[in-house]
Ligand binder design. Structure first.
Ligand code: P1T
Length: 393
């Protein structure tokens, strides 16, 4: 798309990074299912950079530019790099660090992120150090820094406890300490939260979730604003090779086109279901940033423009009741993952966060009665009927 006008995110989700195909005029970017490109002259590819498809692929490039346009709020702004999964994006970004470097991480992160840090990057030989801290406690957060802290890893809202971390203040402290600030924006998407506004250096996503939105792709992305940092990430992307393939990039780009519409409905449904759950007699606690009872509700309302479709709640009756509920829903599928058009339900202690040691889970409040739901975009009355029938079992 060629325009110098400032476009809204609703428009960028559809047009960002995309131009009609120069070969055929196809309005939709084709799936360039190729591993390599012919060189009309030795050492001179037809299009600069397109020598081999691990380094660059036009479908992936369009998708990367579209995500960057959303996070950076303008077509042609920022730099995106797409990977084979959210974990592949994380692995690649972690290679910016060197042995001996230290990372401050939110204490509540996706179980697979914790496992990667704990079992891979901290393991003997890799030598990266991590401190996990409750970032809602700014004093504890600042105290966690060391002279060798190079990176701050912020997930907000956190998975699965939905703690909301103050982006403005935590990123300002990271800057003061000369550490890069990374935000995992998977739960909110750029539609509801744009970490670059608060000075983040790197934004990552599990594209598998809301960005793609249809539970048919595993993909990840890292976005940066600075050219020098982008060059480092593109170098790591081609060197480590964990890229997103053309088919997945195309599907994810198609998913992006409806991201604003989907997020609006996830948010509407999420608010209604969270309210109804909080009034239900079988429920001990509901955690949803949109509820006034959420400890960071005011902050959430300030730094996010929606509350989204992720809800965590605790049933009265512990593990047995939780098992009954997750097995009894018919519309909410019992499955890991989140962010698709269809609703999902899961038990973090047994499923997504099983790799977090039991004592850490206990300290975080990930107890046996805790259930996480990803509220989809179905009719909310059908979703509530499904949940209330399961809760009555
Ligand atoms: O699954 P993958 O695309 O590799 O993304 C990893 C990841 C990164 N960051 C966050 C916040 C995530 O939630 C995830 C993946 N999470 C799940 C699969 C889950 O059910 O929570």
């Amino acid at each position: 798309m060629k325009t110098d006008r400032k476009l809204s995110l609703n428009t960028l989700a559809i047009h960002g990074g995309q131009t009609p195909d120069p070969y055929s005029g196809a309005v939709m970017t084709p799936i360039y299912q190729t591993s390599t490109y012919v060189q009309p002259e030795l050492g001179k590819p037809k299009l600069a950079g397109y020598e081999y498809a691990r380094t660059k692929n036009p479908t992936r490039t369009a998708f990367e530019a579209c995500v960057a346009s959303l996070e950076c709020e303008g077509d042609g702004l920022g730099y995106g790099a797409a990977f084979a999964s959210g974990c592949a994006a994380q692995t690649t970004v972690m290679h910016l660090l060197e042995p001996g470097d230290h990372v401050v991480v939110s204490d509540d992160v996706y179980g697979g992120t914790f496992r990667m840090f704990d079992k891979v990057f901290q393991a003997a030989g890799k030598g990266i150090q991590f401190t996990y801290v409750d970032m809602t406690n700014l004093e504890a957060y600042e105290a966690a820094f060391r002279p060798n802290t190079k990176l701050v890893w912020i997930e907000t809202p956190t998975n699965p406890m939905l703690k909301v971390i103050d982006l403005e203040r935590t990123i300002a402290i990271a800057k003061k300490k000369n550490a890069l600030a990374l935000v995992d924006n998977t739960f909110m998407s750029p539609i509801f939260q744009r970490p670059f506004r608060f000075g983040a250096d790197i934004v990552i996503h599990s594209v598998t979730k809301f960005l793609n939105g249809h539970s048919d792709v595993v993909c990840g992305v890292a976005v940066v604003k600075e050219k020098a940092l982008a060059e480092k990430i593109y170098f790591l992307q081609k060197s480590l090779g964990a890229i997103s393939g053309p088919m997945d990039s195309w599907l994810a780009m198609r998913g992006l086109k409806t991201l604003p519409l989907r997020m609006e409905r996830h948010d509407q449904n999420g608010r209604i279901i969270a309210q109804k759950l909080s009034e239900h007699q079988e429920i001990a606690k509901v955690i949803y940033p949109g509820l006034k009872s959420h400890p960071q509700h005011a902050l959430a309302a300030k730094q996010m423009s929606g509350f989204g479709g992720m809800i965590t709640f605790v049933v009265k009756g512990g593990l047995e009741k939780a098992k009954t509920v997750v097995k009894s829903t018919q519309l909410f599928a019992l499955a890991e993952s989140l962010g698709g058009v269809e609703s999902l339900i899961e038990h973090p202690a047994i499923m997504t966060h099983a790799s977090v040691p039991a004592e850490n889970r206990k300290a975080l409040g990930i107890d046996d009665g805790l259930i996480r739901i990803s509220v989809g975009v179905e009719a909310v009355e059908d979703l509530w009927e499904d949940l209330s029938l399961a809760l009555a079992r």
